[in-house]
Design a protein around this ligand. Structure first.
Ligand SMILES: Cc1cc2nc3c(=O)[nH]c(=O)nc-3n(C[C@H](O)[C@H](O)[C@H](O)COP(=O)(O)O)c2cc1C
Length: 356
């Protein structure tokens, strides 16, 4: 089945489609391989690809697309605000085996939004109008949008007519403003307003970390499906658990040893030729910051992992907490979720893409 037909089939299926969120430095080939082994998502978004006057499709993102190990449709996400650069890039992307091209209207990193890209575009709705119009005209296939609900205050009332006008094939709504970053609750009412107003399917996004929170999000938003980010790093079984729950089957909970095996998988999949034990311990922190919140709610595990100087010490700590057969819910305590403390310092905050 070609990727676009596979995309249409997923969205038209009887069950809510479940997407893995785009996450910079995370949702690349090694992570997708692990997700696929855990009966992962129905749809996969790449991390954002920067588009500006001299950009070329980033090699590692192209590799994830051409070597897609998931057997599921892949949507490539772009971030930028320059119409000619986007128009130059679209044919390059359409030559790849993608299901759709997605525009990022949500990145909350100051270096991005101050250049009026990502979430910064929600302060410039006339520019959003031009971008959506140009992309719709240039993409005969599937075109999708991932947005937050506003910059400082919600702008859903003004955004909805633009989305209606340019007819994206799928819209994902992260139910927070840009300035809310990853903190606080989700504004389900704004996701619902968008889902009710659009003819296309909407995916609700934000804080889904258990089958119960998945059901609650679907109920409160009326969305067609869900997108899950941090919850899937913490718990790669989340998609399978949601499917079991909806089918009325017992929800499989991983044991401590299953979580330990997952950490080993991450270690091995992301190992590269230039790595040493110590450098790889450091790079594993991008996953452990999320995983840790599901292991001990008091931050003890994470404190020790952050100070681990070597591979040996890293795995000794992991075994201290996880070498057991007991079930692990991997759900962070509500207090951590509300403050955004369970892995919110997304690297984009420090990155400096040359966005126009
Ligand atoms: C490490 C990290 C990287 C992210 N990178 C992107 C990105 O490249 N593009 C994007 O649209 N959103 C990005 N996001 C936001 C997520 O896609 C998602 O909207 C957000 O994490 C809320 O969903 P969650 O509560 O399920 O994690 C990123 C989030 C995190 C934590």
């Amino acid at each position: 089945m070609d990727p676009q037909t596979a995309f249409d089939t997923v969205l038209a299926g009887p069950e809510p489609p479940l997407a893995l969120a785009p996450m910079q430095d995370v949702t690349h080939l090694p992570f997708w391989r692990i997700m696929a082994r855990h009966d992962g998502a129905d749809l996969y978004f790449t991390e954002y690809m920067r588009v500006h006057s001299v950009s070329k499709p980033e090699r590692w993102i192209v590799d994830s697309i051409t070597q897609n190990p998931t057997g599921r449709p892949v949507i490539v996400q772009i971030i930028g605000n320059d119409v000619p650069s986007i128009l130059r890039t679209i044919p390059l992307l359409r030559a790849l085996p993608i299901a759709a091209i997605d525009l990022n209207l949500g990145c909350p990193a100051p270096v991005v939004y101050k250049k009026c890209a990502g979430g910064g575009l929600l302060r410039q709705l006339p520019l959003v109008d031009s971008l959506l119009g140009a992309m719709r005209d240039a993409i005969p296939g599937r075109f999708t949008v991932k947005t937050r609900i506003g910059f400082d205050d919600p702008v859903t009332d003004a955004l909805i007519p633009l989305l209606q006008k340019h007819r994206p094939d799928l819209v994902t709504v992260h139910g927070r403003t840009v300035l809310e970053m990853y903190r606080g609750g989700i504004h389900y009412d704004h996701i619902r307003a968008i889902a009710d107003a659009l003819p296309c399917p909407v995916l609700a996004n934000g804080n889904v970390s258990t089958p119960a929170s998945a059901e609650q999000t679907l109920r409160q938003t009326g969305a067609r499906g869900l997108m899950i980010g941090r919850g899937a790093i913490r718990n790669p079984w989340i998609f399978q658990q949601i499917r079991h729950h909806r089918a009325g089957r017992p929800v499989p909970l991983p044991s401590g040893r299953d979580v330990l095996a997952y950490i080993h998988e991450l270690w091995e999949e992301t190992w590269h030729a230039d790595a040493t034990g110590a450098t790889h311990v450091h790079s594993m922190k991008r996953y452990m910051n999320f995983i840790g919140a599901g292991i001990t709610g008091d931050g003890q595990f994470l404190d020790r992992i952050r100070r681990a100087p070597s591979q040996e010490e890293f795995f000794t700590i992991c075994r201290d907490y996880l070498d057991h057969p007991d079930p692990m819910p991997l759900d962070p305590p509500p207090a951590l979720v509300q403050t955004g403390a369970c892995g919110s310092n997304h690297k984009a905050q420090a990155a400096s893409p040359a966005l126009t």
